[in-house]
Write a protein that binds this ligand. Structure first.
Ligand SMILES: *Cc1c(COP(=O)(O)O)cnc(C)c1O
Length: 369
């Protein structure tokens, strides 16, 4: 027992871009332009080009990307937004911060993503939008969702914080809805060296409004046309993101290669992510489900293998959401939260690392029976 496997290692990951980062920083220092400069504009254009999308607005973080997308829609106070019960709490917070009502919808038990059939059942006269989350790096099943949205004239906002480069039927996450909201938090598949986020959108009017909203409601200096915020993508983070964006596909390909090893060799008693041809999964998180999750996590730690839980407490069980939600009965989300375990699957893990994790995991099974 000598091989230690960390869950991830951001230090090693970012060290591989060290020279380019240092070069970016010294140019930045020489230039002395700190906020909303050329690097932000270039990154926005490059992010749009990557997605074949019309417009990108850089913002401060992923929560703001969601929040400002909703703000941009100017929904009436108290209107309902459909959102998965199985997500990170940020998705739901964005809705609450806009004085809108989150209506939680259960996921499919095998894909962990929002169940389109249940969306249709949750739509009321008061529904204005569907906020989908492409959880763990697997896209939601967008065709039926787009159909429901069209039928009821609902906006679609995509939480792409875990889905940079993920595809559904060959189309990139973030390009299906009216808005694609991204986080570049350091752990994400495309991660900055601090907080950062972006919104992609299709309409020129939305783009113009988002640029105002992120900057005090002003496009022209000292002329404020809407009630805005301060949520700008940092110039330095934009320059770092420009270094990493050309490597996003390489990062995703590597993670997919590691995921394929788990898929092939991991004992079938561990419930693995479903793979199907329509879904290009980018494995922001490679999770398994196991009824004895906590014991399994401890066993792996005892063998030098670090894991995480995404997430240990479901949103509807969070203290912060007490008394706010219409219902607190989400058994499918609960079951996922109770049994999910995230395994090492990062750009800095090698195939050998993953084969080691697999052999330790499979030994757990043999001890049980
Ligand atoms: C990371 C994340 C966010 C929030 O992003 P920040 O940049 O940390 O604000 C939102 N939704 C999901 C699903 C996330 O994983």
């Amino acid at each position: 027992m000598s091989l230690m496997i960390p869950y991830e290692n951001l230090n090693t990951l970012n060290k591989s871009f060290e020279e380019k980062f240092r070069d970016k920083f010294s140019r930045f220092l020489d230039k002395g332009w700190y906020v909303l400069g050329e690097e932000v504009t270039h990154f926005e254009n490059e992010f749009s080009a990557y997605h074949g999308a019309a417009y990108t607005t850089g913002v401060a973080n992923g929560l703001d990307a969601l929040f400002l997308s909703l703000k941009c829609c100017a929904f009436n106070k108290g209107a309902e937004v459909i959102v998965p019960s199985n997500t990170y709490i940020a998705t739901i917070l964005a809705i609450i911060h806009c004085d809108l009502v989150p209506v939680l919808v259960e996921p499919e038990s095998r894909t962990y993503n929002i169940d389109p059939k249940k969306i249709a059942e949750a739509v009321t006269d008061n529904t204005v939008a569907i906020l989908v989350v492409h959880l763990y790096g697997r896209c939601c099943e967008m065709d039926p969702i787009i159909e429901i949205a069209a039928q009821h004239q609902l906006k679609i906002i995509e939480d792409c914080a875990q889905a940079h480069g993920a595809k559904y039927k060959g189309q990139l996450a973030g390009t299906f809805g009216d808005f694609g909201a991204f986080s570049f938090y350091p752990t994400k598949n495309l991660g900055a060296l601090g907080d950062a986020g972006a919104i992609i959108c299709k309409s020129a009017a939305d783009f113009s409004k988002l640029k105002q909203l992120r900057n005090y409601g002003s496009e022209k200096k000292y002329h404020n046309s809407v009630i805005g915020y301060n949520s700008r993508l940092d110039e330095l983070q934009a320059s770092f993101l420009r270094v990493k964006l050309p490597h996003l596909n390489e990062i995703n390909t590597h993670k997919r290669k590691l995921a394929a090893l788990y898929a092939l060799h991991l004992d079938p008693s561990f419930i693995k992510p479903v793979e199907s041809p329509d879904f290009y999964h980018v494995y922001h998180i490679y999770n398994i489900l196991h009824p004895e999750r906590n014991r399994l996590k401890q066993y792996l730690a005892d063998h030098g293998i670090m894991t995480e839980i995404h997430y240990p407490v479901a949103p509807h069980h969070q203290e912060a959401l007490k008394g706010i939600l219409k219902s607190y009965d989400y058994p499918i989300a609960e079951k996922i939260h109770e049994t999910t375990l995230s395994l090492p699957c990062s750009f800095v893990h090698t195939e050998k690392d993953i084969l080691h994790v697999i052999s330790i995991l499979n030994a757990f099974v043999n001890k049980l029976f």
